[in-house]
Design a protein around this ligand. Structure first.
Ligand SMILES: *[C@@H]1O[C@H](CO)[C@@H](O)[C@H](O)[C@H]1NC(C)=O
Length: 282
């Protein structure tokens, strides 16, 4: 082999490794996409059944309608999600250093049933507010997590209400709640707004399904809705641009047990990529 051959072979092998890595991440998805970008077939279970529009195309559900129809069984579908448990444990440990007697002020955006996030943080003695757009989720949350407070509220309305409370929160958690009914610009603005609410040294834990999509009509767990999200790099950049230092970032895959939880049929569930970001305000 000439020197040039060796150099070429060296770079070819690096290129092949990189390709293999990204293939592992994306090829399976392109064969069995986790989201149905066509959203043509309407098959909703359980109710409500969407009304066809006058043009015969499916009526997309609002984020609140989707989560009301999924209901508290959402918690069963994601029960034991190890990356979420690890993120909450990490936050509890960090807050234990700054608030050894509890009392940290925390908001959980898109709290769902209040479990596990609000529940674990409130049990650690902190002052936890959960906000969500789904009445059905909040009914479950108030019952299941009596030691946290819950309010029916969109995060944008929350930021408007709290605009004079910059620098007063110790932590913000966002578990998979900036996807439905937001645009990519909204996600970035919400990161920035929530970061402003944090005290210096305050924490943000953010997780999402990190796909580069804007206003995509998809079917998620059998329900047609519009979603936006960011690629892993852009999502981390958005948290960073909000003025936070990135402490951890990681992408994993998870197959929600949604059909076992009675939310949808087995062929309406796909393995999802999950991004978790832990960040701290300087
Ligand atoms: C996405 O939808 C919003 C309205 O909800 C609109 O303002 C925005 O321009 C749309 N983005 C694209 C890329 O079409």
């Amino acid at each position: 082999m000439t020197f040039i051959d060796r150099v070429t072979a060296f770079f070819a092998s690096i290129f092949a490794s990189i390709l293999a890595f990204f293939s592992a991440l994306f090829v399976r998805r392109s064969r069995a996409p986790p989201i149905d970008l066509e959203a043509k077939i309407i098959d909703i279970s359980p109710d409500p059944t969407p009304q066809p529009t006058p043009h015969g195309s499916p009526r997309l559900l609002s984020a609140a309608e989707v989560f009301d129809s999924v209901g508290p069984a959402y918690e069963d579908a994601f029960q034991g999600l190890p990356t979420q448990a690890a993120a909450i444990d990490w936050l509890v440990d960090e807050l234990d250093k700054t608030h050894p007697r509890g009392g940290a002020r925390i908001v959980d955006v898109g709290c769902g049933t209040g479990r596990p996030a609000c529940s674990v943080l409130a049990d650690a003695g902190h002052d936890v507010l959960g906000i969500d757009i789904s009445e059905a989720m909040l009914r479950a949350a108030r019952e299941r997590v009596p030691n946290a407070r819950f309010e029916l509220m969109d995060v944008r309305a929350f930021l408007e209400r709290e605009k004079n409370n910059a620098g007063t929160y110790d932590a913000v958690t966002i578990f998979f709640s900036l996807i439905a009914g937001v645009t990519q610009a909204d996600i970035r603005e919400i990161h920035a707004g929530l970061a402003r609410l944090l005290k210096p040294g305050g924490f943000m834990v953010f997780s999402t399904v990190p796909l580069p999509v804007e206003n995509e009509s998809i079917k998620w767990m059998g329900r047609p809705l519009v979603v936006s999200s960011l690629s892993p790099e852009d999502a981390v950049a958005s948290v960073s641009a909000a003025g936070l230092d990135i402490i951890y970032q990681g992408v994993t895959q998870f197959l929600p047990r949604a059909s076992e939880a009675g939310i949808c049929k087995p062929d309406e569930v796909w393995e999802e990529p999950h991004l978790f970001v832990y960040a701290r305000k300087a």
